[in-house]
Design a protein around this ligand. Structure first.
Ligand SMILES: Cc1cc2nc3c(=O)[nH]c(=O)nc-3n(C[C@H](O)[C@H](O)[C@H](O)COP(=O)(O)OP(=O)(O)OC[C@H]3O[C@@H](n4cnc5c(N)ncnc54)[C@H](O)[C@@H]3O)c2cc1C
Ligand SMILES: NC(=O)c1ccc[n+]([C@@H]2O[C@H](COP(=O)([O-])OP(=O)(O)OC[C@H]3O[C@@H](n4cnc5c(N)ncnc54)[C@H](OP(=O)(O)O)[C@@H]3O)[C@@H](O)[C@H]2O)c1
Length: 460
């Protein structure tokens, strides 16, 4: 069946916040009527809300309630355990749907590009985060946390998450949905100090104030800041004068931290500024990080940049977490902007390398704008994309192919031996995790292997 009588069929690829908000915006309107297949490579939905957001922040994870309401709407279908690029190609999606919205996030990490980055014990924060959150692709990793000092490179909220998670006590971790292996490793670790390195100053840090504040409220760790590292250089003074509200608030919190006397808690979290790692050192595994002190200089656009001085220092440590940003990865057959790690687009309409519209192909979330922004940022972003999609649909610019039926995609998947996890399959996983958690007064106890997840989805 084709033509205006049947609903518009849209594939949304990726079930993180951007995918769910896109689905919600598609299903919210009356005209055109829309059916959404939310295609997800994992058997579980919610993207980084399940597998990125720190487990000790359950209130933030509770945004999933809003996603559940979207999933309950008529016209919504979840196709988990289906990876685009492996189980379905981009070309097939364009034949099987009237429009495709890509919202597959940023699947890897940005590199530092320094010697020693690949030594054993030098990890991307993405790996630790996925591991402690129970991502089924990361459960085989073993983090050696026996050393006394960990170094976290980067000054974003992920760096704070990683440092805080490593500093939590058993009492703080036990009620969360952190995996048992991660709780045991963190609680049983030899860590006494976690050092966070910012290459620029306190005014330029990209973490947000409530998250910074939280670092001063940990049961088992003192927060330590050297007042000398908070002294402002002219470039930072100018940035504050120009009205950096977050910079000012962060600085106030950091100054309060710097005035504190450590209480002698078992661990310390040390925030350092204006230092960059230049090499990760060690014989076969991480033993230290060589850092250089930076000066801050404003460039012609007014952006404050770190410029290395001659002052260097070697900081011994047992493990390094590089938290300098996530990075998008392309899907075969789709254009990809290697520099930005995004799907090239104009406001959410995908374009090719020459800037020509692909037609019927859209994007939202981190793969559209790059790996920054909180969960809510993706709502506005996805809504803007869907407004364009609906505008194109109303203008008759989306093809309405006969092949685009709800059954056609399932038949193709089954013919390939792919076993999609539909929403009831996810609900079965969810119910098991919640009831396992309830037994121990925990938020949930996650199923963390592909085998367990798929068996639960099948009702086995
Ligand atoms: C460690 C961490 C902690 C965070 N904590 C917070 C927080 O506390 N509060 C806050 O507001 N924001 C937080 N954020 C930011 C927030 O998580 C992001 O803004 C948001 O998740 C981005 O949404 P997205 O849908 O673009 O990507 P994602 O959430 O990454 O979703 C992408 C989805 O696409 C799927 N996918 C990937 N490739 C394919 C494929 N080929 N086929 C099918 N599916 C695919 C993935 O499995 C994933 O489910 C955090 C981010 C990180 C990294
Ligand atoms: N609780 C929350 O709300 C929460 C939690 C986690 C994540 N998030 C959000 O998720 C997004 C991603 O977070 P993120 O922390 O990955 O990214 P981010 O905010 O972009 O931070 C990346 C950090 O890495 C630094 N960096 C980049 N390259 C570097 C290099 N070569 N050497 C040293 N430092 C380098 C950056 O410094 P420069 O500024 O100098 O480039 C910046 O401090 C953010 O928008 C964040 O707010 C939110």
């Amino acid at each position: 069946m084709s033509g205006p009588g049947r609903p518009l069929r849209v594939a949304v690829v990726g079930s993180g916040p951007a995918g769910f908000y896109a689905a919600g915006a598609l299903l919210a309107g009356e005209e055109p009527r829309v059916e959404v297949d939310l295609i997800e490579r994992l058997p579980t939905p919610w993207g980084l809300v399940r597998l990125g957001v720190a487990p000790d922040h359950p209130k933030i994870k509770a945004v999933s309630r809003a996603f559940e309401r979207i999933a309950a709407q008529p016209g919504f279908r979840f196709l988990g355990n289906v990876e685009v690029g492996r189980d379905l190609t981009h070309d097939e999606l364009t034949r099987l749907y009237d429009a495709v919205v890509y919202a597959f996030g940023a699947q890897t990490d940005r590199r530092l590009g320094i010697p020693g980055e690949d030594l054993a014990g030098s990890w991307a924060a993405t790996e630790l985060v996925a591991w402690y959150n129970g991502h089924p692709d990361f459960q085989e990793l073993t983090f050696d946390l026996s050393g006394e000092r960990a170094i976290v490179v980067g000054n974003g909220n992920v760096a704070l998450d990683v440092a805080r998670m490593l500093a939590l006590t058993s009492e703080e971790l036990d009620p969360t949905d952190t995996t048992d292996e991660a709780i045991a490793a963190i609680v049983g670790s030899g860590l006494r100090e976690i050092v966070i390195l910012g290459r620029r100053g306190p005014v330029q840090a990209s973490f947000t104030t409530p998250e910074l504040q939280e670092m001063g409220e940990l049961a088992g760790a003192d927060v330590v800041v050297d007042p000398a590292e908070l002294e402002l250089d002219p470039a930072s003074e100018a940035e504050l004068e120009a009205g950096s509200a977050i910079g000012r608030r962060n600085l106030e919190v950091l100054r309060r931290f710097a005035e504190r006397e450590p209480e002698g808690k078992p661990k310390r979290v040390v925030l350092r500024f204006r230092v960059s790692p230049v090499a990760i050192l060690g014989e076969g595994r991480v033993e230290a990080v060589e850092i250089v002190r930076n000066e801050l200089v404003a460039d012609e656009q007014g952006r404050v940049r770190p410029v290395p001085t001659d002052e260097r220092e070697v900081v011994p440590c047992g493990v390094v977490f590089r938290s300098v940003g996530y990075r998008g990865v392309g899907i075969p057959g789709l254009p990809f902007d290697e520099d930005g790690g995004v799907l090239p687009n104009r406001g959410g309409r995908a374009v090719d390398a020459q800037g020509e519209l692909l037609g019927g192909v859209y994007c939202a979330g981190w793969i559209k704008r790059g790996p920054t922004g909180v969960i809510g940022t993706n709502k506005k972003d996805a809504t803007e994309t869907i407004e364009l999609l609906l505008e194109d649909a109303r203008a008759g610019q989306l093809s309405r192919a006969d092949a685009a039926t709800a059954d056609a995609v399932l038949e193709l998947l089954v013919s390939r031996g792919v076993e999609p996890v539909l929403y009831p399959g996810w609900e079965a996983i969810d119910a098991i995790e919640l009831s396992r958690g309830a037994e121990y007064d925990r938020a949930r106890i996650k199923l963390c292997s592909w085998e367990e997840l798929l068996a639960a989805a099948r009702g086995e």
